[in-house]
Design a protein around this ligand. Structure first.
Ligand SMILES: *Cc1c(COP(=O)(O)O)cnc(C)c1O
Length: 473
C-alpha cells in the first residue's frame, strides 16, 4: 500500500476544525461578507499539472474558507430548521470518513452496518414506534419522505393487485394522495419523484395552527375510492404544531374498513423526537398508530449534515420499494443490508453518528433536548410578545415561533425584514422569514442543542434594538 502522510493532513484539519468550533460563541453568525466574487477569487487557483501536497491543500482550504463559513452550530442560528453539532456526532463522523466504508451491505462493511442497525432500534424504541418497524438512513427529510411514500405507494397498490415496482404507474388503478394545505415542499417534491404528481393531490384545510382539520379530512376521505395515502406532520415548519394523530388514525381505520387500502405517513422532520419526551406525550398521542414516519438526524438530533431517517411499520413494503438484487453483490439474508431500506446504492454510513449521538445523550438527554428547545422557544415568545414591538402568531408548543413585528405604519412585513436584516448584518443571530396565511412573518427555530438562555437573551436584545431603530419608538 502506498503510504500517506495522514498525520499532517489530520493535524491541519483538526487544528482548523478546533479553531472554528472554539470561536463559535464569538464569531458573527453569518460571514461578514458573502461576496461570490471574493470567495471565488480566494479559491480560484490554477489546477496545476503536478498537484499540491494534501496537508497544504487542507490547511489552505481551511484558511481561505473560514471567513465565509456560517456559525451554524454556534447557538444563535435560528433560521429555517437547522440543527447544530453534537460532539459525539462530530467524532463519529470523523471516524466514518477515516474508515471510508462503503456501507450498502453487511458483507463489505459489517461493523458500521451493525452500528446502524442498533441506532435504528434505539430510535424506534425512543420514540415509541412499533418495534418491528424498518428503518433506512438517507440524506435528509426529503429523501426520508420519498422512501416512506415509495413504501406507501407499493403497499396500497399491492392491496389492489398491482405490482408498481414491476409495472410502474401506467395503467395502474388510481391512487389518491391527501395532503394538508400548505404541505411542506418536500412532500410535494417526493410525490413528483414518485410519478404521483405535485398537483394530483387532494388538499385538506388546516386550523389556525396549521394542524389538519379532522372534519375536513373526513369529508375528503368520503369522496375517495381505492388506494389512499395521507400525509400529516409531527412539528409544522411554521408553527411547530402536531396533527391530531389519534383522530387521523381513526379516520384511516374507518377508510380502510370501507375497503380502501390506506397508508398514513408522518413528516416528522421537525419534531419526531418529541415522542421521546414524556412531557410531550399528550401532543404525540396516536403517533404510533400510523404507518410511516420520516425525520432528520441533522435537525434536532444535531448530527452533522447530512442525515435523514425513514421508518416504516410495514418492513415488507419498505423493502419491496427500495431493495435491489444483483448477481455481483453479496447480500446477506441473515443480516440487515442498508441498501434494502433506502434509494442509495453505494453510501456513507450515516447511521453511525446517530448511534454515537443517541448513546451520548441517553434517553434523558434526548428528552431534555426536546424540552429545552421548546422552553427556549417560549422564552423568545415571552420576551418578544411582551416587548410591545411584536406579537406571537402561533401557540408555541414546540421549538418554532412565528413573530409579527408590528409596524406603526402597518407594513409589518417590511419591518420584519428590516429587523432580521439588521440582526443578520451585525452578526448577533440569524433568523429567516416566511409567508404564513398571506402574511410576511419572522420565524424562529430553536434546533441547536448548544443554544442556551444567554443565546436567546442576546438575540432578543439585538432584535428589539433593531425594532426600536426601525420604528423610532
Ligand atoms: C426540513 C424539513 C423537511 C426536509 O428535510 P431535509 O432534511 O431538509 O431534506 C421536510 N419537512 C419538514 C417539515 C421540514 O422542516
Amino acid at each position: 500500500m502506498r503510504q500517506s502522510d495522514w498525520k499532517s493532513v489530520l493535524d491541519a484539519a483538526a487544528r482548523a476544525a478546533l479553531e472554528h468550533l472554539e470561536a463559535l460563541p464569538d464569531r458573527p453568525v453569518l460571514p461578514a461578507s458573502a461576496d461570490h466574487e471574493a470567495i471565488r477569487s480566494v479559491l480560484d487557483r490554477p489546477l496545476t499539472r503536478e498537484g499540491v501536497d494534501a496537508a497544504r491543500v487542507v490547511g489552505e482550504l481551511a484558511r481561505d474558507l473560514e471567513p465565509y463559513i456560517t456559525a451554524q452550530a454556534g447557538g444563535r442560528y435560528f433560521g429555517f430548521v437547522v440543527g447544530g453539532l453534537h460532539p459525539a456526532a462530530l467524532g463519529a463522523d470523523v471516524l466514518v470518513s477515516a474508515w471510508d466504508q462503503n456501507a450498502p451491505m453487511f458483507a463489505g462493511a459489517p461493523g458500521v452496518s451493525v452500528a446502524e442497525e442498533l441506532a435504528a432500534r434505539w430510535l424506534v424504541d425512543l420514540v415509541g414506534l412499533p418495534s418491528q418497524s424498518s428503518v433506512g438512513f438517507v440524506t435528509g427529510g426529503q429523501m426520508a419522505t420519498f422512501t416512506c411514500l415509495a413504501a406507501a405507494r407499493h403497499e396500497v397498490l399491492r392491496e389492489v393487485g398491482w405490482d408498481v415496482e414491476a409495472r410502474g404507474l401506467p395503467g395502474a388503478p388510481p391512487l389518491t394522495v391527501v395532503v394538508k394545505s400548505g404541505a411542506h415542499a418536500t412532500v410535494l417534491r417526493a410525490l413528483r419523484f414518485l410519478g404521483l404528481g405535485e398537483q394530483a393531490v387532494v388538499s385538506v384545510a388546516c386550523d389556525d395552527q396549521d394542524r389538519i382539520r379532522p372534519d375536513a379530512l373526513q369529508e375528503a376521505l368520503a369522496t375517495i375510492q381505492g388506494p389512499t395515502i395521507v400525509v400529516v406532520e409531527c412539528g409544522n415548519v411554521n408553527t411547530g404544531a402536531f396533527d391530531d394523530f389519534d383522530a387521523v388514525a381513526d379516520l384511516a381505520r374507518a377508510h380502510r374498513a370501507a375497503g380502501h387500502p390506506t397508508w398514513v405517513h408522518v413528516d416528522g422532520a421537525v419534531m419526531l423526537l418529541a415522542a421521546a419526551s414524556p412531557a410531550m406525550a399528550d401532543r404525540v398521542k396516536g403517533l404510533d398508530r400510523l404507518d410511516s414516519w420520516s425525520t432528520d438526524g441533522h435537525k434536532l438530533l444535531n448530527v452533522a449534515y447530512d442525515c435523514g431517517i425513514a421508518i416504516s411499520r410495514n418492513a415488507a413494503a419498505h423493502r419491496a420499494a427500495m431493495s435491489v438484487q444483483a448477481a455481483y453483490l453479496e447480500q446477506d439474508n441473515a443480516a440487515r443490508d442498508p441498501l434494502d431500506w433506502g434509494p442509495d446504492f453505494s453510501r456513507r454510513a450515516r447511521g453511525v453518528p446517530v448511534y454515537a449521538t443517541l448513546r451520548s445523550l441517553g434517553r434523558q438527554g434526548v428528552a431534555e433536548l426536546v424540552e429545552r428547545t421548546t422552553h427556549l422557544a417560549r422564552r423568545f415568545a415571552d420576551a418578544l410578545g411582551g416587548s410591545g414591538y411584536a406579537r406571537i402568531v402561533n401557540d408555541v408548543v414546540s421549538n418554532q415561533v412565528l413573530v409579527r413585528w408590528e409596524a406603526p405604519d402597518g407594513d409589518h412585513g417590511r419591518l420584519a425584514d428590516t429587523v432580521m436584516a439588521g440582526v443578520r448584518a451585525e452578526g448577533t443571530a440569524f433568523f429567516t422569514g416566511t409567508t404564513y396565511r398571506g402574511e410576511r412573518l419572522m420565524r424562529i427555530s430553536v434546533s441547536d442543542w448548544a443554544t442556551d438562555e444567554d443565546d436567546v437573551d442576546r438575540a432578543v436584545e439585538a432584535l428589539l434594538r433593531h425594532a426600536r431603530l426601525a420604528t423610532g419608538r
